[in-house]
Design a protein around this ligand. Structure first.
Ligand code: UT7
Length: 324
């Protein structure tokens, strides 16, 4: 029994914040942002719009594409670091709004690797008997972005992507997932406040600890190394070469990171999905949004070998190999 992605969907809020808009907030320039990151604009939620609102639209689109109804779902895994509330899980809010009456539901926290981790969970459950699992990556990064910090505020965006993973009798589907972590690098990307270590308080807000802090340059180097390593590990596990990969869908954090990785791997850029120019870094939503766009515009075709690659806070890094 294999687990196959039978439908994908995505959604980004209507409001667009361009680099020119950010030029008016902090000391930066459109040129710096484009050259250093590849980002031109990002989507940002409307007032009152939360993680489950984005997840709902992406999930409905994925279910429609798969031809699966919400009531057929056995499980919902929602990857996010920006859920609606600390309790209950955003996955449960989504379960109710979808009408997925039979589904178990939980959130998964692996930052930007969340979707690939969740795909690994879905794969394992489908191989052991479940029929349909909904995997979602949904993020409202704008809520944890410090709009006065030019080191981070130019990078992130809001959005959601989803995939229905279904049991399949044929050879196609998720061939494997490869999930890694190293918490010794936990201080590279962190939101220090708002949890149990530094609970919410006036002082926490004054110190702006509810916002994301990142050591960008160090993260950059680790990202290039881990993405290359996990790609090689994944290909070696199946005895296939880089030239066998039809499409690479990496986490959309920075075009320079992706170019460095594919350069080292010897993978031509034409085989890489890039969309951070229009979305920025949407954390766990980044890969499923890119995958959904590639499915819908025909770049992903039946029989192709598709590789996903992610890295993020934790640190975590991960990949998946899929025979579409
Ligand atoms: O998904 C989460 C994973 N996170 C990431 O993938 C992020 C990985 N890191 C990066 O993408 C890059 O490190 C950044 C885009 C964040 C920064 O690019 P960089 O080439 O590593 O720049 P840097 O941090 O070394 O900074 C270079 C200069 C500094 O000025 P000085 O010290 O050389 O005078 C920064 O202060 O650029 C300055 N700078 C900016 N200038 C204009 C930093 N941010 C900005 C900005 N606009 N927004």
């Amino acid at each position: 029994m294999r687990a196959r992605i039978t439908g994908t969907g995505s959604y980004a809020p209507e409001r667009v914040v361009t680099n020119a808009d950010i030029e008016r907030m902090v000391a930066t320039s459109d040129e710096w942002i484009r050259e250093r990151t590849g980002i031109r604009e990002r989507h940002v939620v409307a007032d009152g719009q939360a993680c489950s609102d984005l997840a709902l639209v992406a999930a409905e689109r994925a279910l429609k594409a798969a031809g699966v109804s919400a009531s057929e779902l056995d499980l919902i895994v929602l990857a996010t670091c920006t859920g609606d509330t600390p309790l209950p899980s955003t996955a449960c809010l989504l379960q109710h709004r979808l009408g997925a009456t039979r589904a178990a539901a939980f959130d998964l926290g692996a930052a930007c690797c969340g979707f690939v981790y969740a795909l690994g969970v879905a794969d394992a459950y489908v191989r052991t008997g479940m029929r349909h699992v909904l995997v979602v990556g949904s993020e409202v990064m704008s809520a944890i972005t410090d709009w006065t910090d030019r080191n981070t505020c130019v990078l992130f965006g809001d959005g959601a992507g989803a995939a229905v993973v279904s049991a399949s009798g044929d050879d196609r589907g998720i061939l494997s997932t490869h999930l890694h972590s190293d918490g010794s690098m936990c201080d590279l990307i962190t939101v220090p406040g708002g949890g149990t270590r530094i609970p919410p308080s006036d002082q926490m807000v004054t110190d702006r600890l509810q916002y994301i802090k990142m050591k960008g340059n160090e993260t950059f180097k680790v990202a290039v190394r881990t993405l290359e390593e996990v790609a090689r590990e994944t290909l070696a596990a199946h005895g296939v070469g880089v030239s066998d990969v039809d499409l690479y869908v990496p986490h959309q954090a920075n075009v320079r990171i992706i170019k460095a990785v594919v350069d080292r791997l010897g993978l031509p850029l034409e085989k890489v999905v890039l969309n951070m120019d229009r979305y920025g870094n949407t954390s766990a939503a980044s890969i499923p949004i890119a995958l959904d766009e590639a499915v819908r515009d025909g770049r992903v075709r039946d029989g192709q070998l598709i590789m996903l690659g992610a890295f993020g806070a934790g640190l975590t890094w991960a990949s998946a190999l899929i025979r579409w």
